[in-house]
Design a binder for this molecule. Structure first.
Ligand code: GDP
Ligand code: ZN
Length: 354
């Protein structure tokens, strides 16, 4: 990732971006002050950009109302979708997401979205039939959770784990806010997911515990931070990127964070190569469609015991002689993992968890 190049050596006078309305002002505020944004040239004849190569590419840094912010080489440019591309809004809620690589035409309009190597997708909140792409081309996803305030939702973690696997991203579980708890309370969660084969890191944006481990995991990678609102994603990003984004206060009654992050945005790490994608906090997370019969494929720890099941087509829900259920009874498997397996297995694919 060479996103750092955008920031280096530029000063505030380089900020050419003039947001036309209130929403875009907020959008601008969320960018680092030193980011340089070059306005898109519209006149073909007089514009030096008309000399640009036909197969020019850029990466989507953020999507604002009516325009897209792209990194192209060492600079940020404003662009938008070529009209004919807009017709492609069919099964997808959004055609573009932060992290997308795009091909630009001579007017620096987006002519094509290049194939993605990974996606973070969920069902759209309103029209549950459509997929919403939250981020594209990230190497890994930091599934950020807290045990308390907001409370842990193992089924939500599992939905993320499945989504990462389907979307070709390495999942990393960040248990934040460990300062709020005595050791044992978060270590159980950490042990459960580590045993299941996932990378976990315990952290506190308040005491900075675990931040070095977090930085090591982030180094050189494009990483998405995702998870419920209020778990501390913005606070962690502010530390590793040295940004000053507004964090949300926990609403005492619901124990959920107020919504602050309004659109996904790529932010370079403060030290070394690599960048993070900050995503909108979510209150629910409906999985992109997963085949129930292959759900166990996403639970390698449970799958180990399935060879002991009496029936080859065992669903591990109620069948007699089920190896998975027997493993839980024998204390070989953590019930927390099985509970969320059965919760997802019984749920409607489109049910949100949160
Ligand atoms: P986001 O919605 O996931 O981005 O969460 P924020 O970063 O906005 O944090 C939500 C609230 O939790 C804010 O009031 C933060 O100050 C607080 N917070 C974040 N991280 C920690 C932490 O590690 N420990 C404690 N005690 N509070 C935290
Ligand atoms: Zn079984």
């Amino acid at each position: 990732m060479e996103i750092r190049v955008i920031i280096a050596g530029m000063n505030e006078d380089d900020l050419y971006f003039k947001p036309p309305n209130k929403e875009e002002k907020h959008f601008k505020k969320r960018l680092q002050k030193k980011d340089r944004i070059v306005p898109r040239q519209t006149s073909k004849k007089n514009s030096p950009t008309s000399l640009s190569k036909p197969h020019d590419t850029g990466q989507v840094i953020a999507i604002g109302p009516g325009h897209v912010l792209l990194r192209r080489g060492g600079e940020l440019i404003q662009s938008s979708l070529r009209g004919k591309l807009k017709k492609h809004f069919t099964a997808e809620k959004n055609l573009l997401a932060a992290g997308d690589l795009v091909r630009l035409d001579n007017d620096l309009l987006i002519a094509e979205v290049l194939p993605r190597r990974s996606v973070l997708q969920r069902k759209d909140n309103l029209s549950r039939k459509k997929n919403q792409t939250i981020a594209a081309n990230a190497d890994q996803c930091f599934i950020t959770v807290s045990i308390q305030s907001p409370s842990l939702k193992p089924a939500l973690i599992d939905r993320y784990l499945i989504t990462c696997s389907m979307g070709n991203m390495i999942p990393i579980i960040v248990i934040n806010k460990i300062d709020l708890l005595p050791d044992g309370d978060w270590q159980h969660c950490m042990r459960t997911y580590t045993r299941a084969g996932f990378t976990c890191v315990a952290a506190s944006a308040k005491t900075l515990e675990g931040i070095e481990s977090l930085k090591n995991l982030l180094a050189g990678k494009l990483s998405v931070f995702s998870g419920q609102s209020g778990v501390g994603k913005t606070s962690l990003i502010n530390i590793v990127c040295e940004t000053d984004f507004k964090t949300s206060e926990i609403v005492a009654q619901t124990q959920k964070g107020a919504h602050t992050t309004s659109a996904a945005l790529i932010i370079p790490l403060k030290e070394g190569e690599g960048a993070v994608i900050d995503t909108p906090g979510i209150k629910s997370f409906a999985l992109a469609k997963v085949d129930k019969t292959s759900l166990l494929d996403y639970y390698p720890d449970l799958q180990k015991f399935a060879s002991r099941c009496k029936y080859p087509r065992c669903t591990h829900m109620h069948e007699p002689g089920c190896g998975v259920i027997a493993a839980i009874e024998a204390g070989e498997l953590d019930p927390m993992r099985y509970e969320s397996y059965s919760k997802i297995r019984e749920s409607n694919d489109e049910d949100p968890v949160g």
